[in-house]
Design a protein around this ligand. Structure first.
Ligand SMILES: Nc1nc(O)c(N)c(N[C@@H]2O[C@H](COP(=O)(O)O)[C@@H](O)[C@H]2O)n1
Length: 213
């Protein structure tokens, strides 16, 4: 993905989201109602997971971010520690975001896939007042400008969902150094359905229960 290119979007042609309560607000990482489980930890939003991934070497900071009730607060709580983000953060953050979106999909398969597919083949744009990197910013009533990296990752995920959904049911760990959550290496993520099959095969008693941190 060429990240640096600024794109212009015409509002009438796109699916855009800003507030999580809007029709396509579920596409936002801030959207509630799309919980995730990683290493047995229940995480409220993909935003909290993404922000926690900045700090694999600081499990206490990760814990604080993940235990926040609101995604916006999780993001705010990470701000004082940003200077201590993993040193390669700028190089890996798009990969990490892509992985977080896939985890969101695996754990919210029906709801998130239906939402993504309902956008058809229209461009998806995070409409942002101040972030022209992950989103695009209004120039006037008809136009948004920005790199729209999040929107483009969502379009990429939508295309894979249209072409080969089963390939999205499990997610290999990212091949980056120190891909850790609360001190443990993040393993392959499997859909709850695949986990149940694996549990039945291993003659276990049933799916694990998860509580929020
Ligand atoms: N501050 C803020 N408010 C919102 O309503 C937003 N949707 C965002 N954008 C999201 O923030 C994440 C990126 O965080 P970093 O700036 O890289 O720390 C990403 O999920 C954006 O979609 N920000």
């Amino acid at each position: 993905m060429s990240e640096t290119q600024i794109r212009t979007y015409h509002t009438k042609d796109v699916v855009r989201f800003r507030k999580t309560t809007e029709e396509f607000g579920g596409l936002s990482n801030m959207a509630p109602g799309f919980p995730i489980v990683v290493l047995g930890h229940r995480i409220r939003t993909s935003e909290a997971l993404y922000q926690a991934c900045r700090f694999p070497h600081l499990p206490e900071v990760q814990k604080m971010i993940l235990s926040e009730g609101s995604p916006m607060t999780a993001k705010m709580r990470s701000k004082p520690f940003r200077k201590d983000s993993r040193p390669d953060w700028d190089d890996v953050r798009v990969k990490v975001m892509k992985w977080c979106l896939r985890v969101k999909l695996v754990y919210n398969w029906r709801k998130f896939s239906e939402l993504l597919l309902s956008t058809g083949d229209r461009p998806i744009v995070e409409d942002s007042r101040k972030d022209g990197y992950w989103g695009a910013m209004p120039q006037d009533a008809d136009t948004l400008n920005g790199q729209n990296v999040l929107g483009r990752l969502l379009m990429d995920l939508r295309r894979k969902l249209q072409e080969d959904p089963e390939a999205l049911r499990s997610i290999p760990p990212l091949q980056i150094r120190n891909f850790l959550l609360l001190g443990e290496p993040i393993p392959m993520i499997m859909s709850p359905r695949q986990q149940e099959v694996a549990l039945v095969r291993s003659d276990d008693e049933g799916p694990a229960q998860h509580a929020f941190l």
